[in-house]
Design a protein. Sequence first.
Length: 93
Amino acid sequence: MKATIVLVVYLLCLIGCNDKTTTTHYVCNDNKAVLNVLANEKAELTFKNKTYHLTHAKSASGNKYISNKVLFWGKGTEAMLIISGNKHLCSTK
């Protein structure tokens, strides 16, 4: 019985460790942007002192996160950010 409890606790710890946040810093048309990806399903984008909450969307290539006003699509070191129709080209370089 104790072994089962220990195993369950161990597995729950492993599941909890999978919820890592990955942070990537970009420069978008001379403005800084920070993308925090939370468990690959949600993300927070900070751009021009505003934080946007985004949801992962299917993409044929790269990573795509969207909300009502924001589309962020990135692949490798390049990304495109559209906020309320305004397009910004981004790079991690």
